[in-house]
Design a binder for this molecule. Sequence first.
Ligand SMILES: Cc1cc2nc3c(=O)[nH]c(=O)nc-3n(C[C@H](O)[C@H](O)[C@H](O)COP(=O)(O)O)c2cc1C
Length: 202
Amino acid sequence: MNILHLQTGLFGDQSVSRQLSDKIVARLQQENPAATVIDRDLINTPISHLDAEILLAGGAEAEQRTEKQQVELALTETLLEELFAADVLVIGAPMYNFSIPSQLKAWLDRIAQAGRTFRYTENGPEGLVKGKKVYIASARGGIYSEGAAAAMEYQESYLKTILGFIGVDDITIIRAEGVNLSPEARTQAIEVASQEIASLSA
Ligand SMILES: Cc1cc2nc3c(=O)[nH]c(=O)nc-3n(C[C@H](O)[C@H](O)[C@H](O)COP(=O)(O)O)c2cc1C
């Protein structure tokens, strides 16, 4: 089993999404001792946001590419290889400003590529990334799974949409929410999520 672990929490060891995604990876390794893990820390080693130069790098003639295009294209290809080689993706996904961290968006912008991870057909778009399992370690300060704030939730819903678009629909969400309501709520939410992780079978 090849595991691709994406970390996007800003706060190192204090990051709830990191604590949970680390536990998911450890649990998967416990179940699959031969598993390999690629850690892609998108905070410590951020990926540049797309600009036209990066976006057009793939279509440019090799000898015409700028130095930046060569470097960035190589990175994009590495990210795609890591994705294609993975059997399981573990994504640490905090809610920042109702959505995902921009560092995670930058990764998604690199791997969402027509002809590589999706294609357009007569019947509409078709995802090309098949057979992957995804675990999302979701952390958020407030409560969005129910109540008035549910309509402001663009984090898990967005991830499910974009992952589904590229063909990944086997998604399990482990969620700690309400972590900023009080210290007790934080402890409780992490505990409940940790118990869910401990009972995962993979
Ligand atoms: C920049 C920033 C924006 C945030 N925006 C939201 C938000 O829109 N809604 C919310 O409920 N919590 C918000 N929070 C709280 C985080 O979701 C919460 O601290 C969670 O633990 C983040 O995951 P992390 O601990 O892995 O960073 C925000 C926190 C930060 C630092």
